[in-house]
Ligand binder design. Structure first.
Ligand code: MN
Length: 260
């Protein structure tokens, strides 16, 4: 074998190895993205099925491959979301895929919270009805039971009027998203007066659980206040901290309840 042939063989071999490397890198990341999008579709359907979202509201997840991007369905009812509806956004909430699709007007809630909070991997915006009275009065939400442990951090109320005067109540600009993120601070949830709530967490499953139990805690707190005449024993802040959990079993249960 002459030296030229040897050189050609080794070059071809190196090229093949490089191609194989690129393919395996692709196949290593592709299922992650697909799995994440499938989980986001599930989260949409679970939140709708459990009454946290109705025709409105949305849930997003930050891209683990690119923390400056997040996934959110295009505008539509959460119960009907499919993988094809899921759009990738940058943190200015500009679409980088599905660019022709109409996005949620309030997607800035997600983008601006991801910008402000590097610890947040998932966001829910809901119009969950039970929290509305707490956004409209000076009664703060309090942790009623262990499932609402994160409420022990405090749940601030965002009043859009203080930022922007008379509006249609929607967080439809980056400025309003930033103002909401500022009110949220380092907490798990903020209420939006006359509108709903924004809930954040370090994972998709956790944010679904927090959104569900925020709403349920609100109902229980109202009942306890009616029953106890203002004499209600909430979780102590230390109890609330110790009660932290992931809601993994609830996720499995909610998944099992989805219509097939
Ligand atoms: Mn809304």
């Amino acid at each position: 074998m002459n030296r030229h042939l040897l050189l050609v063989c080794s070059l071809v071999g190196a090229a093949l190895l490089a191609t194989a490397g690129a393919v395996s890198a692709q196949t290593a990341t592709a299922p992650d993205r697909r799995t994440l999008i499938d989980e986001l579709v599930l989260a949409n359907r679970i939140l709708a099925n459990e009454g946290v979202l109705d025709g409105y509201g949305h849930v997003s997840v930050r891209s683990p491959a690119n923390p400056n991007h997040y996934f959110l369905a295009r505008a539509g009812a959460p119960a009907l979301v499919t993988a094809a509806d899921v759009t990738e956004y940058d943190l200015d909430s500009k679409p980088v895929t599905n660019t022709a699709a109409i996005g949620y007007m309030e997607r800035f809630i997600h983008g601006e919270i991801y910008k402000a909070r590097s610890d947040v991997m998932a966001v829910v915006h809901c119009h969950c009805p039970e929290v509305i009275p707490f956004g409209a009065t000076s009664v703060p939400m309090q942790p009623m039971y262990h499932m609402g442990y994160f409420i022990g951090e405090g749940v601030p109320v965002f009043d859009i009027r203080r930022t922007a005067g008379m509006t249609d109540m929607l967080i439809a600009t980056p400025e309003l998203g930033r103002a909401l993120a500022q009110t949220l601070g380092n907490k798990s949830a903020a209420l939006l007066r006359g509108h709903g709530a924004a809930v954040v967490a370090a994972s998709l499953r956790l944010v679904v659980g927090k959104a569900y139990y925020l709403n349920l805690n609100a109902r229980l707190q109202l009942q306890a206040m009616q029953l106890g005449g203002g004499n209600v024993t909430y979780l102590d802040p230390d109890e609330a901290k110790k009660a932290a959990q992931t809601y993994e079993r609830s996720w499995d249960f909610w998944k099992s309840r989805l219509p097939r």
